[in-house]
Design a protein. Structure first.
Length: 602
């Protein structure tokens, strides 16, 4: 008897003195009442059952230490302290993350609104909400990041880059100044790319275009990005800011510029004179040549113009539609550019990659089929013309499934955009054959992601490429689109898991959005105000991350996130490889959040 008392006293002492070994991960934003709701328990220990369920009898110590027992968990109402639901954890593959125990804790059946926490294995989750309004205002919140990334003038860092840019790589006009002021800084490097800008704008436009209830988009900022309403939803202000710049980047037929600046000495925004070692006072503006261009000491693998021109075509087509009544003259500018951009893509098929002079990193986009498919599908969406339907179907069949999902790996932005919205638009066709074909292709793609997740505690099967978060939220939206079109709920749990991953249901327990949700454990950053609302790159393949230039490699013994870094991917708060927001991923998330806000209202 004495021995047993000592045993328990010893165990208590051990628990009190050692570091935390179990964690419950949740979506910190919360859950809509009808959402699939699964929290995840992870532990560096063998998790024992909750003794409180055994009404004082406890579990014989011998049994407890010898067995891994599926734990019971409780969902507790935070106001009353009473358990409203009890369930059993579902065993998942902890070893995948180098952990001892992992369980999925499903409490989907609880729909009552309120504030809760989960208690399991002697630990508690943070408090979270179930409610129809948990996502209210979230897509607008992310616009904070876009406003802070505005180039030329923005509410956070003020005036910058007034001399963008000077033409390079043009057969006859290199060295000339061209007005390409505007657009957004892509990320901390302040470069500007049409690749990411087009994808960012398109996602915001689709969010607005598809929203049945446009009242979710508020008007609290002016066209200049400063507080004060101007009678226009702020998402449209931001879309317009991007489109204005894209129009500048295509001043005449077949004259496109693909990027502005190339990483040569430009960190602090100068007000008068841009620090550039190109010809003349301005950052270099890269003419879209369709030929390989320099990346440090090598050349990129550009083979044509179609990936870039295709993106312009889809943005101009949808942009013209959105501004048709709001600003007919602006709409006309885009209308005039949309089809010629598509024609140019057809004339010079192939991919366009970006360039970089001082760093080895560039957007290595290899695929262009998806971009012309999206352009054709957008024309089809807007015109219902069967010619465009046939073209969309032709391209879509050539790249039936997202290559990232097929191969399970990709170089930096190799298959881009991270998700193919063209398939979604084609699947919405009124033509039954077309709709059936593309709905099935969507299913096949999602099945690959689900299969790759296997028994991962977080049900996350999107490969850990650089900027994996963008691919993750893209896949979540794709799963949602598929479910809406097909009515098939096979991927509903995965859809929720991918969304929850972004907001904290991941090994590290961080929400990957700057400052969101307010009060949550959120991704921090070096320039906090400017990063508010930005979605960061996210966890990255371990070996790949070790190769990144200039990233301080932390010894595992000194890593505060060490227990969670033993799996296939790492996440570091100090790394530009994992914790830097970018405009395109942020806009993918704006699109997804606009869906969640709609669903909350319904
Ligand atoms: Ca506004
Ligand atoms: Ca592409
Ligand atoms: Ca980055």
């Amino acid at each position: 008897m004495k021995a047993i008392v000592l045993f328990f006293a010893g165990m208590f002492l051990t628990i009190a003195l050692t570091a935390q070994t179990s964690w419950v991960r949740i979506n910190q934003v919360g859950y809509l009442p009808k959402d699939v709701k699964v929290a995840v328990l992870i532990s560096t220990d063998n998790v024992l059952p909750d003794f409180s369920f055994n009404r004082g009898y406890g579990v014989p110590p011998v049994l407890a230490s010898a067995m891994i027992v599926t734990p019971d968990f409780s969902l507790i109402n935070a106001k009353t302290g009473k358990a409203v639901f009890r369930g059993k954890g579902k065993t998942a593959d902890a070893a995948y993350w180098g952990l001892r125990s992992a369980y999925r804790l499903d409490f989907s059946s609880v729909q009552a609104e309120g504030t809760y926490y989960i208690e399991v294995a002697g630990v508690r989750s943070p408090q979270f909400s179930i409610g129809a309004n948990v996502y209210e205002g979230s897509s607008d919140f992310l616009l904070n990041y876009l406003r802070a990334q505005r180039c030329g003038d923005n509410p956070i860092t003020g005036i910058c880059h007034q001399n963008d840019g000077v033409i390079v790589h043009h057969p006859t006009r290199s060295g000339e100044f061209i007005d390409l002021v505007g657009g957004w800084h892509d990320a901390n490097d302040r470069l500007k790319y049409t690749t990411t800008t087009n994808s960012a704008v398109y996602h915001m436009m689709l969010a607005y275009h598809q929203a049945k209830d446009k009242s979710i988009f508020k008007d609290k900022f002016g066209a200049d990005g400063r507080p004060g309403s101007n009678g226009i939803p702020d998402i449209l202000d931001e879309i317009r800011w991007g489109l204005e710049w894209l129009v500048k980047m295509n001043p005449a037929p077949k004259e496109f510029y693909n990027q502005v600046a190339d990483n040569r000495g430009d960190r602090i925004p100068p007000t008068q004179f841009d620090n550039v070692r190109g010809p003349g006072p301005g950052r270099p503006a890269y003419f879209l040549t369709g030929e390989p261009q320099q990346v440090r000491t090598m050349m990129n693998r550009t083979t044509g113009v179609a990936s870039s021109a295709g993106k312009f075509a889809s943005c101009f087509a949808l942009g013209a539609e959105l501004f048709k009544e709001l600003d007919p003259a602006f709409s006309k500018k885009m209308q005039e550019r949309a089809e010629p951009a598509y024609d140019y893509a057809m004339e010079r098929p192939g991919n366009t990659q970006t360039t970089n002079i001082t760093s080895p990193y560039f957007y290595e986009e290899d695929n262009w089929i998806d971009d012309v498919e999206l352009a054709a599908a957008t024309f089809y969406l807007l015109t219902k013309d069967s010619v465009w339907r046939a073209r969309g179907a032709y391209w879509g069949e050539l790249e039936p499934i997202n290559p990232l999902w097929v191969h399970g790996f990709a170089r930096h932005y190799q298959f881009y955009p991270f998700v193919n919205l063209g398939h979604h638009l084609m699947a919405q066709s009124n033509d039954e054959t077309t709709s059936k074909k593309f709905t099935d292709l969507m299913r096949r793609g999602l099945q690959l992601v689900r299969d790759r997740a296997g028994n991962d505690p977080f049900m996350q099967g999107v490969p850990y490429v650089w900027c994996s978060n963008f691919a993750v939220i893209g896949a979540a939206s794709f799963a949602h689109q598929y479910r809406e079109i097909s009515g098939d709920r096979s991927f509903e749990e995965m859809e929720a898991a991918l969304r929850d991953w972004i907001f904290g249901c991941n090994p590290w327990g961080y929400s990957f959005v700057g400052g969101f949700p307010i009060g949550g454990t959120v991704s921090t950053s070096t320039v906090r105000a400017a990063h508010t609302g930005g979605l960061v790159d996210g966890p990255m393949d371990r070996e790949w991350h070790q190769t990144l230039w200039g990233v301080r490699q932390v010894d595992i013994k000194e890593d505060p996130l060490a227990p969670f870094q033993m799996g296939p991917a790492v996440y570091h708060l100090h790394s530009y490889g994992t914790n830097e927001p970018v405009i395109d991923g942020t806009c993918y998330l704006i699109y997804h959040l606009s869906i969640m806000e709609q669903r909350g209202k319904e």
